[in-house]
Structures are given as structure tokens and as C-alpha cells.
Ligand binder design. Structure first.
Ligand SMILES: C[S@@+](CC[C@H](N)C(=O)[O-])C[C@H]1O[C@@H](n2cnc3c(N)ncnc32)[C@H](O)[C@@H]1O
Length: 246
């Protein structure tokens, strides 16, 4: 048996891909306790930063898990005796099986959330009120089980914050798509105009080429006439010379 001690992300990086059967973890919750450890999780100023760190760690956890492996995570946003009731009871992911469940999910919304280091997608499942967070590489890296019924205002705020950002990003994306489509249409219009202009120029070139052909023929004719005239002059000279000789 090997024991790795230290920062979760650093230690996970030392472990071989798809070599672990089971991970059980209880990471610090956000902004609740100071464990007095250097580089500790949980005291980040924003939820974004906290999620970003967890996401990076769980991406590594996903990597080291075998295809048949299971991850158990205990994560809420408050401890049991507190007045507030947990809204984010983190579920574990089952590598392989989870993807199937995720694919079956009916989405309430979908958005792109840029947490600076990586682009994550959030999917919210209507039925189970599950919030999936998917990394840029398509792996499901976090999965939240959200209990709207039990939540208090504080918890709802966190959710509203996340959903707000998702919707904001969605709007930005739609606006971007709209502009892109307009630009594409404009480019298509220009392409057609250029195509028509090219066609006109081709026709003009055709006419010029046939004109050139006629001119060439005329030159040829004139040259031939010149030759005939030359011969005629020479013959006349010869006749004159002969008449003088006599
Ligand atoms: C909620 S407690 C879990 C306690 C654990 N279940 C136990 O019985 O000891 C969170 C633990 O994560 C540790 N921790 C905080 N930041 C960490 C990090 N970056 N890497 C690894 N462990 C960390 C804390 O020191 C604390 O011991």
C-alpha cells in the first residue's frame, strides 16, 4: 500500500491513469472553516475560484479512476447543526454509468461558463434538479444535487448567481451567433457580387479576344497584299530593265 500525503491536486497527479477502484472524499465546504493548512481549499473569495479548484481536482480524480471505479464525495455548503440546510449535496460520479444518465437527462438550460482556466458547461436536469458541470474535454467533473424545496435564501442566492451567469453567457453566445450569421450573410452577398463582376469581365475578355482575332486576320491579309505588291513591283522593274537592255 502506498500513502501520498499533501495537496490533493499535486498528489493525484502522481497517480497512474485508470488505476484506482474507489475514491472517498470530503473536501472543505466553501467559506466555512480555516484548517490552518497552506494551500487549503474552501477559503477562496469567490464561489468561482472554489469551483475552479474543485473542478481541477475532480478532473484528476476522474482520470485516475478505473472505468469501473466509483467516487464518493461528501460536499454541502454548510455543516449539520447550522440553521441553513445544505443545498448542494454533492453526489459521487460513476465513471461510465454517469455518462449514460447524463445523456438521458432532459435539460432545463445549458450554458457555457468560463472559469478562466477552462470552459465548463452546466446542464440542469429538470426532473432530478441535478446540476452537471462538464469540463472542456467533455468529462463530467462535478455533479450537484440541488434541493430547491429545502433551500433557504442564502443557498438560493448561490444558485441564482450560478444560473444568472449561465443565462448571461447564453445571451452573449446568442448575440455572438447572430452577429456571426449577419457577417456570413454579408460575406455571401459580397461573394456573389464579385462572382457577377468576374462573369462580366470574362465576357468582356471574350469579346476582346475575338476582336484581337479579327485584327490578327487583317494584319495577315495586309501582309499578303504587301507581298503581292512586292512581286508586282519586282516584275515591273524586270520589264523596265529588259526594255532598256533592248
Ligand atoms: C471536511 S474536512 C475532511 C476531514 C476528513 N474526512 C477527516 O476525517 O479527516 C476537509 C479536509 O481537507 C483538508 N484540505 C484542505 N485543503 C486541501 C487540499 N488542497 N488538499 C488536500 N486536503 C485539503 C483539510 O485540511 C481538512 O482536513
Amino acid at each position: 500500500m502506498k500513502i501520498y500525503k499533501g495537496d490533493a491536486l499535486e498528489q493525484l497527479k502522481k497517480i497512474e491513469t485508470e488505476s484506482i477502484d474507489c475514491i472517498v472524499t470530503s473536501p472543505p465546504y466553501w467559506q466555512l472553516r480555516d484548517y490552518g493548512v497552506e494551500g487549503q481549499l474552501g477559503l477562496e473569495k469567490s464561489l468561482d475560484e472554489f469551483l475552479e479548484k474543485l473542478t481541477n481536482i475532480f478532473q484528476e480524480a476522474y482520470r485516475v479512476l478505473k472505468e469501473t471505479g466509483t467516487l464518493f464525495v461528501n460536499l454541502g455548503d454548510t455543516y449539520s447543526n447550522s440553521a441553513a440546510i445544505p443545498v448542494c449535496g454533492r453526489k459521487g460520479f460513476f465513471k461510465g454509468e454517469e455518462y449514460e444518465a447524463f445523456k438521458r437527462a432532459e435539460y432545463l438550460t445549458e450554458g457555457v461558463y468560463d472559469n478562466k482556466k477552462q470552459l465548463s458547461k452546466f446542464y440542469i436536469d429538470k426532473e432530478g434538479l441535478l446540476l452537471y458541470v462538464v469540463g472542456k474535454d467533455g468529462n463530467i467533473v462535478t455533479l450537484y444535487d440541488i434541493d430547491f424545496g429545502m433551500s433557504r435564501i442564502r443557498n438560493k442566492n448561490i444558485l441564482v448567481e450560478i444560473l444568472g451567469e449561465i443565462l448571461e453567457k447564453e445571451k452573449e453566445q446568442q448575440e455572438f451567433e447572430r452577429k456571426k450569421n449577419e457577417e456570413l450573410k454579408e460575406l455571401e452577398r459580397r461573394r456573389k457580387t464579385i462572382e457577377m463582376e468576374k462573369e462580366e469581365l470574362r465576357e468582356k475578355l471574350g469579346l476582346l479576344e475575338s476582336d484581337q482575332g479579327l485584327i490578327n486576320k487583317q494584319i495577315e491579309n495586309t501582309r499578303n497584299q504587301g507581298k503581292v505588291l512586292d512581286m508586282h513591283i519586282k516584275n515591273t522593274y524586270r520589264k523596265i530593265i529588259k526594255s532598256i537592255e533592248f
